[in-house]
Design a protein around this ligand. Structure first.
Ligand SMILES: Cc1cc2nc3c(=O)[nH]c(=O)nc-3n(C[C@H](O)[C@H](O)[C@H](O)COP(=O)(O)OP(=O)(O)OC[C@H]3O[C@@H](n4cnc5c(N)ncnc54)[C@H](O)[C@@H]3O)c2cc1C
Length: 380
C-alpha cells in the first residue's frame, strides 16, 4: 500500500508541469546558471500556468489545492535540476506567512499577485551576526506615529534581487526580551530606504539570486506589520515544520534524480571489458545508494501524510531535514565517484545537483541545530 495516494488530478497536474518544464525551463537552465538569476518572466509564466502558490484559496486567486500539489512542484523542479528556481521558498514557505497571519487587506493586496508570479517574495531573517541564533538579530523597527522605521542589514537572502516583497524580521529596540521584541514586516521593493546589494557569487544554486538587503531609515506604514506585534519569533517557529519539510523533499528528489542517472550511466558505460554495472563493487555501491534513498522516501512520504493531517511532526521533520540532506549529499558524492573523470565535467547531468545539494544541510536550520532540537525533544 502506498503511503501517499495521488489522485488522477494530481497526476495530470504533474504531467502538465513536466511538459511545461521541458519546454520553458530545461532548455534555459545553462543560460540562467551563467546569468546567476532566473528571469522574472519565467516566474510569471509559472504563475499564469497555475504552478505557484497552489494552496492559496480561490477567493484570493489561487486554486486552493492540497499540500500534494506543493510536493509535486517541489519534486519536479528538483528532477529538472533547476534547484536555483526556488519556487517552493516563495509558494510554500513565504507566502503562507501572508495567507496565515495577514490581515484581510494584506491578503487582498498581495496573494493573487503572488499566485500569478507578478510578486516574487523573499524572507529576510539572517544577518551578518545572526544566523542560527535568530534572537541575536540587530535590525530594528522603531515606532514613528503611523509608521515604523526599519534600520539594519540582512544577508544571504534568496530571491534577494528578484523580490518585489520581503518579509523582514526586526526588533523593537525598547523591548528587552529578544524573543518578544521580534516582529515581521512587509517591505515592498521601491520603498525609500530599502536597497538591494549585489548578487552573491555562490558555490551552488547559481541560477538563484542571493543578496544582501539594506534598510536605512526605511519608513513603512504600520499596516505592513504582519501578524501580531512581538510575535514574529513564534510565527517563524510555527511555520518551520512546512519549511523544513519542503527543503527535505527538494533534497530527496535531487538524490533520486542522481541515483537514476547513475544507474543508467553504469548500465551503459564499459570498464575493463565489461559494463560498470556488472562489477560487483559498483553494484554494491548502487544498492547502498538505492537503500538510503528508499528509506528517505518512505520517511518523507509518511511525514507528508502526517503534515497533511495537521499532526505536530516538528521533531521528525528536524530528523528528516538533517538525515535526508546529509544522505542526499552522500549519494551525490558516491555518484561522482562512479562517474570517474566524466563526473568532473560541467556537462555531466549529476554535477549541478551535486553542487546544489551542498546548501541543504545549511539553510532552514543547520544539521547541528536540527540535532539540538531533537536532543531537547528527547529530554536531553
Ligand atoms: C543557499 C542559502 C540560502 C539562504 N537563504 C536565506 C534566506 O532566504 N533568508 C534568510 O534569512 N537566510 C537565508 N540563508 C541563511 C541561513 O538561514 C543561515 O546560513 C543558517 O541559518 C545558518 O546560519 P549561519 O550561516 O550564520 O551559520 P552560524 O549560525 O554562524 O553557524 C556556523 C556553524 O556553527 C554551528 N552552530 C551554530 N550554533 C550552534 C549551536 N548552538 N550548537 C551547535 N552548533 C552550532 C552551525 O551548525 C554551523 O555549522 C541562506 C543560506 C544559504 C546557504
Amino acid at each position: 500500500m502506498e503511503i501517499i495516494n495521488y489522485t488522477e488530478e494530481h497526476k495530470q497536474f504533474r504531467q502538465r508541469l513536466k511538459n511545461f518544464l521541458a519546454k520553458e525551463v530545461i532548455p534555459n537552465i545553462e543560460k540562467w546558471e551563467h546569468d546567476e538569476i532566473t528571469p522574472k518572466s519565467i516566474w510569471a509564466k509559472l504563475g499564469k500556468n497555475g504552478f505557484l502558490c497552489t494552496d492559496v484559496p480561490q477567493e484570493y486567486g489561487g486554486m486552493g489545492g492540497d499540500f500534494l500539489y506543493s510536493v509535486i512542484v517541489c519534486e519536479e523542479i528538483a528532477y529538472s535540476t533547476i534547484a536555483g528556481l526556488l519556487t517552493y521558498l516563495h509558494s510554500d514557505i513565504i507566502v503562507p506567512y501572508i495567507s496565515t497571519f495577514g490581515t484581510e487587506d494584506q491578503k487582498k493586496k498581495y496573494l493573487s499577485k503572488c499566485v500569478s508570479g507578478d510578486i516574487i517574495t523573499a524572507v529576510a531573517m539572517t544577518e551578518p551576526g545572526a544566523g542560527s541564533d535568530l534572537a541575536s538579530l540587530c535590525t530594528t523597527a522603531e515606532d514613528d506615529g503611523d509608521h515604523v522605521v526599519i534600520n539594519g542589514s540582512k544577508t544571504f537572502i534568496s530571491n534577494g534581487i528578484n523580490c518585489d516583497l520581503v518579509i523582514v524580521a526586526a526588533k523593537d529596540p525598547v523591548i528587552e526580551n529578544s524573543y518578544k521584541a521580534i516582529s515581521l514586516y512587509i517591505v515592498e521593493d521601491g520603498t525609500p530606504g530599502f536597497e538591494k546589494g549585489q548578487n552573491l557569487e555562490k558555490l551552488g544554486l547559481h541560477s538563484q539570486d542571493t543578496a544582501e538587503l539594506f534598510f536605512s531609515k526605511c519608513r513603512i506604514p504600520k499596516s505592513n506589520l504582519l501578524g501580531e506585534r512581538g510575535k514574529g519569533f513564534y510565527m517563524l517557529m510555527q511555520k518551520l515544520q512546512q519549511e523544513r519539510l519542503m527543503i527535505t523533499i527538494n533534497a530527496l528528489a535531487s538524490g533520486e534524480f542522481i541515483l537514476e542517472e547513475t544507474i543508467e550511466y553504469c548500465k551503459k558505460t564499459k570498464d575493463q571489458g565489461g559494463l560498470l554495472a556488472q562489477n560487483q563493487s559498483v553494484q554494491f555501491k548502487l544498492v547502498e545508494m538505492a537503500t538510503d534513498i528508499k528509506i528517505g522516501r518512505t520517511f518523507i512520504d509518511k511525514l507528508i501524510a502526517d503534515h497533511m493531517e495537521g499532526k505536530d511532526v516538528n521533531t521528525e521533520t528536524s530528523m528528516a531535514k538533517f538525515w535526508v540532506s546529509e544522505m542526499a549529499n552522500k549519494v551525490a558524492d558516491r555518484s561522482l565517484d562512479l562517474y570517474g573523470y566524466s563526473g568532473w565535467l560541467e556537462k555531466c547531468s549529476v554535477v549541478r545537483p551535486w553542487r546544489d545539494l551542498r546548501g541543504t544541510p545549511i539553510f532552514g536550520g543547520t544539521s547541528q541545530i536540527m540535532r539540538k532540537i531533537i536532543a531537547k525533544s528527547m529530554g536531553l
